[in-house]
Design a protein around this ligand. Structure first.
Ligand code: GLC
Ligand code: CA
Length: 549
Protein backbone atom coordinates (compact mmCIF):
# COMPACT_ATOMS: atom_id res chain seq x y z
CA UNK A 1 0.00 0.00 0.00
CA UNK A 2 1.05 3.57 -0.65
CA UNK A 3 3.19 5.20 1.98
CA UNK A 4 2.76 8.89 2.25
CA UNK A 5 3.25 10.97 5.36
CA UNK A 6 0.08 12.94 4.81
CA UNK A 7 -2.11 9.97 4.11
CA UNK A 8 -1.08 6.90 6.08
CA UNK A 9 -2.11 3.54 4.64
CA UNK A 10 -4.58 2.85 7.43
CA UNK A 11 -6.85 5.72 6.38
CA UNK A 12 -8.28 3.53 3.64
CA UNK A 13 -7.93 0.30 5.54
CA UNK A 14 -10.64 -1.92 7.01
CA UNK A 15 -9.76 -4.06 10.03
CA UNK A 16 -11.34 -7.38 10.95
CA UNK A 17 -11.29 -8.51 14.57
CA UNK A 18 -10.63 -12.19 15.22
CA UNK A 19 -11.47 -13.57 18.62
CA UNK A 20 -9.17 -16.57 18.26
CA UNK A 21 -10.86 -18.83 20.77
CA UNK A 22 -14.07 -18.76 18.73
CA UNK A 23 -12.88 -18.40 15.14
CA UNK A 24 -11.68 -21.77 13.83
CA UNK A 25 -10.43 -24.87 15.61
CA UNK A 26 -7.85 -26.89 13.67
CA UNK A 27 -7.09 -29.78 16.05
CA UNK A 28 -10.54 -30.74 17.37
CA UNK A 29 -9.97 -29.69 20.98
CA UNK A 30 -12.96 -27.36 20.70
CA UNK A 31 -10.87 -24.18 20.92
CA UNK A 32 -10.03 -21.93 18.01
CA UNK A 33 -6.32 -21.58 17.26
CA UNK A 34 -3.70 -19.93 15.05
CA UNK A 35 -3.64 -22.74 12.50
CA UNK A 36 -7.40 -22.38 12.27
CA UNK A 37 -7.02 -18.71 11.39
CA UNK A 38 -4.53 -19.67 8.68
CA UNK A 39 -7.15 -21.96 7.13
CA UNK A 40 -9.50 -19.01 6.81
CA UNK A 41 -7.23 -16.42 5.22
CA UNK A 42 -8.76 -17.00 1.80
CA UNK A 43 -12.14 -16.08 3.23
CA UNK A 44 -10.78 -12.88 4.74
CA UNK A 45 -9.01 -11.94 1.53
CA UNK A 46 -12.27 -12.46 -0.34
CA UNK A 47 -13.97 -10.06 2.06
CA UNK A 48 -11.25 -7.54 1.25
CA UNK A 49 -9.96 -6.57 4.69
CA UNK A 50 -6.46 -5.14 5.19
CA UNK A 51 -5.63 -6.23 8.71
CA UNK A 52 -6.67 -8.65 11.42
CA UNK A 53 -6.85 -7.44 14.98
CA UNK A 54 -6.15 -10.58 16.91
CA UNK A 55 -7.46 -10.65 20.47
CA UNK A 56 -4.75 -11.86 22.88
CA UNK A 57 -2.98 -15.12 22.05
CA UNK A 58 -0.07 -14.79 24.48
CA UNK A 59 0.50 -17.23 27.29
CA UNK A 60 -2.25 -16.86 29.84
CA UNK A 61 -4.14 -18.82 32.49
CA UNK A 62 -7.25 -17.60 30.62
CA UNK A 63 -9.08 -16.16 33.57
CA UNK A 64 -10.25 -13.36 31.32
CA UNK A 65 -9.82 -15.15 27.99
CA UNK A 66 -6.25 -14.04 27.47
CA UNK A 67 -6.61 -10.48 28.75
CA UNK A 68 -4.55 -11.78 31.65
CA UNK A 69 -1.10 -12.40 30.20
CA UNK A 70 1.55 -14.49 31.96
CA UNK A 71 4.18 -14.22 29.18
CA UNK A 72 4.10 -11.42 26.61
CA UNK A 73 6.69 -13.15 24.44
CA UNK A 74 5.16 -16.55 24.05
CA UNK A 75 1.96 -18.01 22.62
CA UNK A 76 -0.53 -19.87 24.74
CA UNK A 77 -0.28 -23.59 23.89
CA UNK A 78 -4.04 -23.63 23.47
CA UNK A 79 -3.60 -21.40 20.38
CA UNK A 80 -0.34 -22.90 19.06
CA UNK A 81 3.33 -21.99 19.22
CA UNK A 82 5.48 -18.97 18.53
CA UNK A 83 6.43 -20.61 15.20
CA UNK A 84 2.72 -20.82 14.31
CA UNK A 85 2.40 -17.11 15.07
CA UNK A 86 5.39 -16.28 12.88
CA UNK A 87 3.89 -18.38 10.11
CA UNK A 88 0.53 -16.65 10.49
CA UNK A 89 2.22 -13.26 10.07
CA UNK A 90 3.95 -14.50 6.89
CA UNK A 91 0.92 -16.27 5.45
CA UNK A 92 -1.36 -13.32 6.12
CA UNK A 93 1.09 -11.09 4.29
CA UNK A 94 0.68 -13.26 1.21
CA UNK A 95 -3.04 -12.50 1.43
CA UNK A 96 -2.28 -8.76 1.78
CA UNK A 97 -3.35 -8.84 5.40
CA UNK A 98 -1.42 -7.42 8.34
CA UNK A 99 -1.65 -8.79 11.86
CA UNK A 100 -2.46 -6.38 14.68
CA UNK A 101 -1.79 -7.81 18.10
CA UNK A 102 -3.56 -6.98 21.31
CA UNK A 103 -1.31 -5.50 23.99
CA UNK A 104 -2.63 -5.76 27.51
CA UNK A 105 -0.36 -3.32 29.32
CA UNK A 106 -2.52 -2.07 32.16
CA UNK A 107 -2.18 -5.34 34.06
CA UNK A 108 -0.63 -8.75 33.77
CA UNK A 109 -1.76 -12.10 35.05
CA UNK A 110 -0.86 -12.89 38.65
CA UNK A 111 0.91 -15.90 37.14
CA UNK A 112 3.36 -13.66 35.29
CA UNK A 113 6.96 -14.11 36.49
CA UNK A 114 7.04 -10.43 37.52
CA UNK A 115 4.13 -10.86 39.89
CA UNK A 116 5.34 -14.19 41.21
CA UNK A 117 8.56 -12.40 42.21
CA UNK A 118 6.81 -9.21 43.31
CA UNK A 119 4.78 -10.94 45.98
CA UNK A 120 7.79 -12.71 47.51
CA UNK A 121 8.98 -9.73 49.52
CA UNK A 122 8.90 -5.96 49.66
CA UNK A 123 12.61 -5.97 48.76
CA UNK A 124 12.25 -8.09 45.66
CA UNK A 125 13.44 -6.22 42.52
CA UNK A 126 10.04 -6.83 40.91
CA UNK A 127 7.98 -5.71 43.89
CA UNK A 128 7.60 -2.22 42.53
CA UNK A 129 6.32 -3.52 39.17
CA UNK A 130 2.85 -3.54 40.71
CA UNK A 131 0.78 -1.16 42.81
CA UNK A 132 0.95 -1.93 46.54
CA UNK A 133 -0.39 -0.20 49.64
CA UNK A 134 0.19 -1.08 53.27
CA UNK A 135 -2.80 -1.90 55.34
CA UNK A 136 -4.51 -4.30 57.64
CA UNK A 137 -6.41 -7.38 56.70
CA UNK A 138 -10.09 -6.57 56.17
CA UNK A 139 -9.50 -2.82 55.83
CA UNK A 140 -8.52 -2.06 52.23
CA UNK A 141 -6.90 1.34 51.52
CA UNK A 142 -10.17 2.66 50.11
CA UNK A 143 -13.53 1.57 48.72
CA UNK A 144 -12.58 1.37 45.03
CA UNK A 145 -14.34 -1.41 43.15
CA UNK A 146 -12.96 -3.65 40.44
CA UNK A 147 -14.62 -3.59 37.02
CA UNK A 148 -15.57 -7.24 37.35
CA UNK A 149 -17.03 -6.78 40.83
CA UNK A 150 -15.64 -6.81 44.38
CA UNK A 151 -12.96 -4.62 45.91
CA UNK A 152 -10.11 -3.34 43.73
CA UNK A 153 -7.68 -4.30 46.53
CA UNK A 154 -6.43 -7.78 47.29
CA UNK A 155 -4.71 -8.67 50.54
CA UNK A 156 -1.36 -10.53 50.49
CA UNK A 157 -0.78 -11.73 54.08
CA UNK A 158 2.94 -12.51 53.76
CA UNK A 159 3.63 -8.90 52.77
CA UNK A 160 1.05 -7.18 54.93
CA UNK A 161 0.07 -5.27 51.81
CA UNK A 162 -2.73 -4.94 49.34
CA UNK A 163 -2.25 -4.91 45.58
CA UNK A 164 -4.44 -2.94 43.24
CA UNK A 165 -6.46 -4.56 40.44
CA UNK A 166 -8.94 -2.66 38.28
CA UNK A 167 -10.18 -5.93 36.78
CA UNK A 168 -10.17 -9.45 38.25
CA UNK A 169 -8.14 -10.48 41.30
CA UNK A 170 -5.93 -12.43 38.93
CA UNK A 171 -5.18 -9.28 36.91
CA UNK A 172 -2.86 -7.16 39.11
CA UNK A 173 -2.29 -3.63 37.74
CA UNK A 174 1.19 -2.82 36.46
CA UNK A 175 2.91 0.19 37.98
CA UNK A 176 3.61 2.56 35.08
CA UNK A 177 5.23 5.04 37.47
CA UNK A 178 8.19 2.66 37.57
CA UNK A 179 10.52 3.42 34.62
CA UNK A 180 11.78 -0.19 34.68
CA UNK A 181 8.30 -1.45 33.92
CA UNK A 182 8.00 0.93 31.00
CA UNK A 183 11.42 -0.06 29.63
CA UNK A 184 10.54 -3.77 29.78
CA UNK A 185 7.29 -3.10 27.97
CA UNK A 186 9.02 -1.15 25.18
CA UNK A 187 11.57 -3.94 24.68
CA UNK A 188 8.78 -6.44 24.37
CA UNK A 189 6.90 -4.29 21.82
CA UNK A 190 10.02 -3.80 19.69
CA UNK A 191 10.50 -7.56 19.74
CA UNK A 192 7.01 -8.00 18.25
CA UNK A 193 7.71 -5.29 15.70
CA UNK A 194 10.75 -7.24 14.53
CA UNK A 195 8.49 -10.23 13.98
CA UNK A 196 6.64 -8.19 11.39
CA UNK A 197 3.34 -7.36 13.06
CA UNK A 198 1.38 -4.59 11.35
CA UNK A 199 0.15 -2.84 14.43
CA UNK A 200 -1.17 -2.95 17.96
CA UNK A 201 -4.45 -2.57 19.78
CA UNK A 202 -3.86 -1.30 23.31
CA UNK A 203 -6.21 -2.70 25.90
CA UNK A 204 -7.76 -0.20 28.38
CA UNK A 205 -4.86 2.13 27.69
CA UNK A 206 -6.47 5.12 29.38
CA UNK A 207 -6.26 3.26 32.69
CA UNK A 208 -2.48 2.79 32.84
CA UNK A 209 -1.77 6.07 34.68
CA UNK A 210 -3.94 5.21 37.65
CA UNK A 211 -3.74 7.13 40.89
CA UNK A 212 -5.55 4.93 43.38
CA UNK A 213 -4.97 7.27 46.31
CA UNK A 214 -7.05 9.85 44.48
CA UNK A 215 -9.41 7.15 43.23
CA UNK A 216 -8.40 7.94 39.67
CA UNK A 217 -8.48 5.07 37.22
CA UNK A 218 -8.65 6.50 33.71
CA UNK A 219 -7.15 9.74 32.36
CA UNK A 220 -4.61 10.01 35.16
CA UNK A 221 -2.38 13.07 35.11
CA UNK A 222 0.62 11.30 33.55
CA UNK A 223 -1.37 9.41 30.90
CA UNK A 224 -0.34 11.34 27.81
CA UNK A 225 3.24 11.62 28.99
CA UNK A 226 3.38 7.81 29.23
CA UNK A 227 1.70 7.30 25.88
CA UNK A 228 3.98 9.74 24.08
CA UNK A 229 7.02 8.03 25.51
CA UNK A 230 5.62 4.63 24.55
CA UNK A 231 4.91 5.79 21.01
CA UNK A 232 8.33 7.38 20.61
CA UNK A 233 10.17 4.33 21.92
CA UNK A 234 8.25 1.85 19.80
CA UNK A 235 5.51 2.60 17.24
CA UNK A 236 7.22 5.59 15.66
CA UNK A 237 10.04 3.32 14.57
CA UNK A 238 7.69 1.50 12.20
CA UNK A 239 4.77 2.08 9.84
CA UNK A 240 2.05 0.70 12.03
CA UNK A 241 -1.60 1.07 12.78
CA UNK A 242 -2.18 1.61 16.50
CA UNK A 243 -5.49 1.86 18.27
CA UNK A 244 -5.97 2.49 21.95
CA UNK A 245 -9.05 1.38 23.86
CA UNK A 246 -10.23 4.45 25.75
CA UNK A 247 -13.59 4.21 27.47
CA UNK A 248 -13.10 7.63 28.97
CA UNK A 249 -12.23 9.46 25.73
CA UNK A 250 -13.87 12.73 24.79
CA UNK A 251 -13.33 14.32 21.38
CA UNK A 252 -10.72 16.64 22.91
CA UNK A 253 -8.79 13.72 24.35
CA UNK A 254 -9.17 11.81 21.08
CA UNK A 255 -7.48 14.68 19.25
CA UNK A 256 -4.46 14.10 21.45
CA UNK A 257 -4.55 10.32 21.09
CA UNK A 258 -4.91 10.47 17.31
CA UNK A 259 -2.89 13.61 16.67
CA UNK A 260 -1.94 13.54 12.95
CA UNK A 261 1.67 14.30 13.97
CA UNK A 262 1.84 10.66 15.08
CA UNK A 263 2.94 11.43 18.63
CA UNK A 264 0.50 8.96 20.22
CA UNK A 265 -1.65 6.44 18.29
CA UNK A 266 -3.35 6.25 14.91
CA UNK A 267 -6.76 6.33 16.61
CA UNK A 268 -8.75 5.24 19.65
CA UNK A 269 -11.84 3.23 20.35
CA UNK A 270 -14.28 5.46 22.17
CA UNK A 271 -17.64 4.15 23.32
CA UNK A 272 -19.98 7.10 23.46
CA UNK A 273 -22.09 5.81 20.55
CA UNK A 274 -22.36 2.44 22.26
CA UNK A 275 -23.93 4.16 25.25
CA UNK A 276 -22.27 2.16 27.99
CA UNK A 277 -20.86 3.69 31.07
CA UNK A 278 -17.16 3.08 31.51
CA UNK A 279 -17.54 1.77 35.05
CA UNK A 280 -19.05 -1.64 34.65
CA UNK A 281 -20.05 -1.86 38.31
CA UNK A 282 -23.20 -3.73 39.19
CA UNK A 283 -25.92 -1.11 38.98
CA UNK A 284 -24.44 0.31 35.82
CA UNK A 285 -23.93 -3.02 34.13
CA UNK A 286 -27.20 -3.18 32.21
CA UNK A 287 -27.34 -2.15 28.60
CA UNK A 288 -28.67 1.38 28.79
CA UNK A 289 -31.12 2.46 26.12
CA UNK A 290 -29.67 5.14 23.85
CA UNK A 291 -32.23 7.44 22.18
CA UNK A 292 -31.99 7.49 18.38
CA UNK A 293 -31.56 11.26 18.09
CA UNK A 294 -28.82 11.15 20.66
CA UNK A 295 -27.04 8.45 18.67
CA UNK A 296 -27.14 10.72 15.63
CA UNK A 297 -25.79 13.64 17.64
CA UNK A 298 -22.94 11.60 19.10
CA UNK A 299 -21.89 10.29 15.69
CA UNK A 300 -22.06 13.76 14.18
CA UNK A 301 -20.02 15.21 17.03
CA UNK A 302 -17.18 12.70 16.57
CA UNK A 303 -17.21 13.02 12.79
CA UNK A 304 -17.03 16.79 12.89
CA UNK A 305 -14.66 17.28 15.82
CA UNK A 306 -11.95 14.95 14.54
CA UNK A 307 -12.11 16.14 10.93
CA UNK A 308 -8.56 16.89 9.82
CA UNK A 309 -7.23 16.98 13.37
CA UNK A 310 -7.63 13.40 14.46
CA UNK A 311 -8.97 10.11 13.22
CA UNK A 312 -11.99 8.01 14.13
CA UNK A 313 -12.30 4.29 14.50
CA UNK A 314 -15.70 3.07 13.34
CA UNK A 315 -17.26 0.09 15.02
CA UNK A 316 -20.51 -1.39 16.24
CA UNK A 317 -19.15 -4.57 17.71
CA UNK A 318 -16.28 -6.23 19.48
CA UNK A 319 -15.68 -9.16 21.82
CA UNK A 320 -17.12 -7.20 24.75
CA UNK A 321 -20.36 -6.04 23.15
CA UNK A 322 -23.63 -7.71 22.19
CA UNK A 323 -24.33 -8.21 18.49
CA UNK A 324 -25.43 -5.01 16.77
CA UNK A 325 -28.18 -6.59 14.67
CA UNK A 326 -29.83 -7.77 17.90
CA UNK A 327 -29.53 -4.34 19.45
CA UNK A 328 -30.36 -1.69 16.85
CA UNK A 329 -31.59 -3.98 14.08
CA UNK A 330 -34.29 -6.63 13.94
CA UNK A 331 -32.65 -10.02 14.26
CA UNK A 332 -35.83 -11.86 13.19
CA UNK A 333 -38.00 -10.55 10.37
CA UNK A 334 -35.52 -8.08 8.86
CA UNK A 335 -32.22 -9.55 9.97
CA UNK A 336 -30.52 -9.28 6.58
CA UNK A 337 -31.92 -5.84 5.75
CA UNK A 338 -31.15 -4.33 9.14
CA UNK A 339 -27.65 -5.84 9.36
CA UNK A 340 -26.86 -4.27 5.98
CA UNK A 341 -28.39 -0.94 6.93
CA UNK A 342 -26.19 -0.75 10.03
CA UNK A 343 -23.17 -1.59 7.90
CA UNK A 344 -23.95 1.10 5.33
CA UNK A 345 -24.52 3.69 8.03
CA UNK A 346 -21.12 3.09 9.62
CA UNK A 347 -19.03 2.41 6.53
CA UNK A 348 -20.02 5.67 4.88
CA UNK A 349 -18.35 7.64 7.68
CA UNK A 350 -14.83 8.97 8.04
CA UNK A 351 -12.48 6.72 9.99
CA UNK A 352 -11.16 3.20 9.95
CA UNK A 353 -13.94 0.60 10.09
CA UNK A 354 -13.57 -2.46 12.32
CA UNK A 355 -15.63 -5.55 11.59
CA UNK A 356 -16.01 -8.06 14.40
CA UNK A 357 -16.02 -11.71 13.30
CA UNK A 358 -19.50 -12.82 12.24
CA UNK A 359 -20.79 -9.25 11.98
CA UNK A 360 -20.30 -9.62 8.23
CA UNK A 361 -22.82 -12.48 8.38
CA UNK A 362 -25.31 -10.68 10.58
CA UNK A 363 -24.68 -13.08 13.48
CA UNK A 364 -27.07 -12.56 16.41
CA UNK A 365 -27.17 -12.64 20.22
CA UNK A 366 -27.95 -15.87 22.04
CA UNK A 367 -30.15 -16.90 24.95
CA UNK A 368 -28.54 -19.73 26.88
CA UNK A 369 -29.16 -21.42 30.15
CA UNK A 370 -26.85 -19.79 32.73
CA UNK A 371 -24.70 -22.94 32.89
CA UNK A 372 -23.79 -22.47 29.21
CA UNK A 373 -22.24 -19.01 29.71
CA UNK A 374 -18.46 -18.85 30.01
CA UNK A 375 -17.59 -15.18 30.56
CA UNK A 376 -16.15 -14.16 33.94
CA UNK A 377 -18.08 -10.88 33.91
CA UNK A 378 -21.40 -12.59 33.17
CA UNK A 379 -20.88 -15.03 36.00
CA UNK A 380 -19.92 -12.32 38.46
CA UNK A 381 -23.07 -10.37 37.66
CA UNK A 382 -25.17 -13.51 37.98
CA UNK A 383 -23.69 -14.33 41.41
CA UNK A 384 -23.82 -10.80 42.78
CA UNK A 385 -27.41 -10.25 41.71
CA UNK A 386 -28.52 -13.65 42.95
CA UNK A 387 -27.04 -12.80 46.36
CA UNK A 388 -28.78 -9.45 46.29
CA UNK A 389 -32.12 -11.16 45.75
CA UNK A 390 -32.87 -10.18 42.14
CA UNK A 391 -35.41 -12.38 40.31
CA UNK A 392 -33.62 -14.95 38.14
CA UNK A 393 -35.71 -13.96 35.14
CA UNK A 394 -34.60 -10.32 35.53
CA UNK A 395 -30.97 -11.32 35.83
CA UNK A 396 -31.24 -13.46 32.72
CA UNK A 397 -32.98 -10.70 30.76
CA UNK A 398 -30.01 -8.43 31.49
CA UNK A 399 -27.56 -11.15 30.51
CA UNK A 400 -29.36 -11.89 27.22
CA UNK A 401 -29.06 -8.24 26.27
CA UNK A 402 -25.56 -7.51 27.51
CA UNK A 403 -23.41 -10.61 28.07
CA UNK A 404 -20.06 -10.55 26.32
CA UNK A 405 -20.69 -14.18 25.36
CA UNK A 406 -23.18 -12.90 22.76
CA UNK A 407 -20.11 -12.02 20.71
CA UNK A 408 -18.06 -15.04 21.70
CA UNK A 409 -20.12 -17.91 20.32
CA UNK A 410 -18.26 -19.82 17.58
CA UNK A 411 -17.98 -18.37 14.11
CA UNK A 412 -20.66 -19.89 11.87
CA UNK A 413 -18.86 -21.29 8.85
CA UNK A 414 -21.35 -23.76 7.43
CA UNK A 415 -24.35 -25.93 8.29
CA UNK A 416 -22.37 -29.00 9.40
CA UNK A 417 -22.13 -30.01 13.08
CA UNK A 418 -20.89 -27.14 15.30
CA UNK A 419 -21.14 -24.79 12.32
CA UNK A 420 -17.83 -26.08 10.96
CA UNK A 421 -16.02 -24.42 13.86
CA UNK A 422 -14.74 -27.64 15.42
CA UNK A 423 -14.91 -31.40 15.02
CA UNK A 424 -14.70 -31.69 18.81
CA UNK A 425 -16.81 -30.27 21.62
CA UNK A 426 -16.81 -26.44 21.35
CA UNK A 427 -15.67 -24.56 24.49
CA UNK A 428 -18.87 -22.53 24.26
CA UNK A 429 -22.10 -23.61 22.60
CA UNK A 430 -22.74 -22.69 18.97
CA UNK A 431 -25.66 -20.33 18.31
CA UNK A 432 -28.52 -22.66 17.28
CA UNK A 433 -29.27 -20.53 14.21
CA UNK A 434 -26.09 -21.62 12.36
CA UNK A 435 -27.96 -23.64 9.76
CA UNK A 436 -29.60 -20.50 8.53
CA UNK A 437 -26.77 -18.03 9.22
CA UNK A 438 -23.39 -19.21 7.99
CA UNK A 439 -20.53 -18.11 5.77
CA UNK A 440 -20.82 -20.90 3.21
CA UNK A 441 -24.39 -20.00 2.41
CA UNK A 442 -23.70 -16.28 2.27
CA UNK A 443 -20.69 -16.60 -0.02
CA UNK A 444 -22.99 -18.17 -2.61
CA UNK A 445 -25.74 -15.57 -2.24
CA UNK A 446 -25.00 -12.19 -3.87
CA UNK A 447 -27.70 -10.57 -1.69
CA UNK A 448 -26.17 -11.72 1.59
CA UNK A 449 -24.87 -9.56 4.41
CA UNK A 450 -21.37 -10.81 3.55
CA UNK A 451 -21.58 -9.37 0.04
CA UNK A 452 -22.81 -6.07 1.44
CA UNK A 453 -19.70 -5.77 3.63
CA UNK A 454 -17.51 -6.80 0.72
CA UNK A 455 -19.06 -4.10 -1.48
CA UNK A 456 -18.66 -1.44 1.21
CA UNK A 457 -14.99 -2.27 1.69
CA UNK A 458 -14.40 -2.02 -2.05
CA UNK A 459 -16.21 1.32 -2.25
CA UNK A 460 -13.98 2.82 0.45
CA UNK A 461 -10.93 1.89 -1.58
CA UNK A 462 -12.37 3.22 -4.82
CA UNK A 463 -13.73 6.63 -3.81
CA UNK A 464 -11.57 9.09 -1.88
CA UNK A 465 -14.65 10.81 -0.47
CA UNK A 466 -15.00 7.92 2.03
CA UNK A 467 -11.65 8.61 3.64
CA UNK A 468 -11.34 12.32 3.02
CA UNK A 469 -14.78 13.91 2.82
CA UNK A 470 -16.24 16.21 5.45
CA UNK A 471 -19.48 15.35 7.22
CA UNK A 472 -22.85 16.98 7.45
CA UNK A 473 -25.75 15.38 9.28
CA UNK A 474 -29.07 15.67 7.44
CA UNK A 475 -32.50 15.52 9.08
CA UNK A 476 -31.10 15.66 12.66
CA UNK A 477 -34.59 15.75 14.19
CA UNK A 478 -36.17 13.11 11.97
CA UNK A 479 -37.36 10.16 14.08
CA UNK A 480 -36.84 7.51 11.35
CA UNK A 481 -33.99 8.53 9.06
CA UNK A 482 -30.27 8.61 9.73
CA UNK A 483 -28.87 10.55 6.78
CA UNK A 484 -25.69 12.44 6.08
CA UNK A 485 -23.61 13.79 3.25
CA UNK A 486 -19.83 13.71 2.80
CA UNK A 487 -18.09 16.13 0.45
CA UNK A 488 -14.64 16.00 -1.08
CA UNK A 489 -13.41 17.91 -4.14
CA UNK A 490 -16.83 18.16 -5.73
CA UNK A 491 -17.81 14.58 -4.98
CA UNK A 492 -20.80 14.25 -2.71
CA UNK A 493 -21.60 10.98 -1.01
CA UNK A 494 -25.12 10.73 0.41
CA UNK A 495 -25.92 8.01 2.93
CA UNK A 496 -29.61 7.61 3.72
CA UNK A 497 -30.88 4.99 6.12
CA UNK A 498 -34.36 4.18 7.27
CA UNK A 499 -33.37 3.16 10.77
CA UNK A 500 -36.56 1.28 11.66
CA UNK A 501 -38.83 -1.50 10.43
CA UNK A 502 -41.60 0.60 8.87
CA UNK A 503 -41.88 1.93 5.31
CA UNK A 504 -41.20 5.67 5.34
CA UNK A 505 -41.26 8.63 2.97
CA UNK A 506 -37.93 10.44 2.99
CA UNK A 507 -38.22 14.23 3.37
CA UNK A 508 -35.00 14.90 1.44
CA UNK A 509 -35.59 16.38 -2.00
CA UNK A 510 -32.27 16.14 -3.83
CA UNK A 511 -32.26 15.14 -7.49
CA UNK A 512 -31.55 11.48 -6.81
CA UNK A 513 -32.28 10.54 -10.42
CA UNK A 514 -29.15 12.44 -11.49
CA UNK A 515 -26.90 10.63 -9.08
CA UNK A 516 -25.19 7.28 -9.14
CA UNK A 517 -26.69 4.72 -6.77
CA UNK A 518 -23.51 3.25 -5.27
CA UNK A 519 -25.24 0.80 -2.99
CA UNK A 520 -28.71 -0.19 -1.88
CA UNK A 521 -29.91 -3.05 0.29
CA UNK A 522 -33.17 -3.36 -1.71
CA UNK A 523 -33.74 -3.77 -5.45
CA UNK A 524 -33.93 -0.35 -7.08
CA UNK A 525 -37.51 0.88 -6.68
CA UNK A 526 -39.40 3.36 -8.80
CA UNK A 527 -40.45 5.74 -6.07
CA UNK A 528 -37.16 7.33 -5.10
CA UNK A 529 -38.54 8.89 -1.94
CA UNK A 530 -40.02 5.79 -0.37
CA UNK A 531 -37.82 3.68 1.86
CA UNK A 532 -38.71 0.09 2.81
CA UNK A 533 -38.06 -1.23 6.35
CA UNK A 534 -34.36 -0.69 7.16
CA UNK A 535 -33.66 0.41 3.61
CA UNK A 536 -30.25 2.01 3.15
CA UNK A 537 -28.83 3.73 0.10
CA UNK A 538 -25.62 5.40 -0.89
CA UNK A 539 -25.69 7.93 -3.71
CA UNK A 540 -22.72 9.60 -5.34
CA UNK A 541 -23.08 12.93 -7.03
CA UNK A 542 -20.21 14.23 -9.15
CA UNK A 543 -22.17 17.01 -10.82
CA UNK A 544 -20.50 19.92 -9.13
CA UNK A 545 -17.94 21.63 -11.25
CA UNK A 546 -14.64 22.01 -9.47
CA UNK A 547 -11.55 23.71 -10.65
CA UNK A 548 -8.52 21.86 -9.42
CA UNK A 549 -5.30 23.66 -10.02
C1 GLC B 1 -10.74 -4.66 27.85
C2 GLC B 1 -10.98 -5.89 27.03
C3 GLC B 1 -11.79 -6.85 27.85
C4 GLC B 1 -11.00 -7.20 29.08
C5 GLC B 1 -10.56 -5.94 29.85
C6 GLC B 1 -9.50 -6.26 30.85
O1 GLC B 1 -11.90 -3.96 28.13
O2 GLC B 1 -11.56 -5.57 25.80
O3 GLC B 1 -12.14 -8.01 27.14
O4 GLC B 1 -11.77 -8.00 29.93
O5 GLC B 1 -10.03 -4.98 29.00
O6 GLC B 1 -8.29 -6.56 30.20
CA1 CA C 1 -7.70 -25.98 18.83
Amino acid sequence: MREDKHSPWWKKAVVYQVYPKSFQDSNSDGIGDLNGIMQRLDYLEELGIDAIWLSPVCKSPQDDNGYDISDYQDIDPMFGTLEDMERLIQEAQKHHIKIIIDLVLNHSSDEHFWFQEAKKSRENPYHDYYVWRDGEEGTPPNDMRACFGGSAWEWVPQLGQYYFHQFAVKQPDLNWENPKVRAEIYDMIRWWMEKGVGGFRLDVIDQIAKEPDRKITNNGSRLHEFIQELSQETFQKGDLITVGEAWGATTDLAKLYSNPDGSEFSMVFQFEHIGLDQQQGKEKWDLAPLPFKKLKKIMEHWQKELFQCGWNSLFWNNHDLPRIVSRWGDDKEYRTESAKMLAVLLHGMQGTPYIYQGEELGMTNVRYDIKDYRDIETWNVYRERTEQGYETSDIMASIYAKSRDNARTPMQWDDSANAGFTKGEPWIKVNPNYQEINAKRQLRDPDSVFHCYKALIALRKKHDVFAEGDFELLLPEDPAFFAYVRTYLGERLYVICNFYGKTEACPLTEAWENMQLLYSNYPKGTDLNTYQPFEARMYLSTNDIVLVE
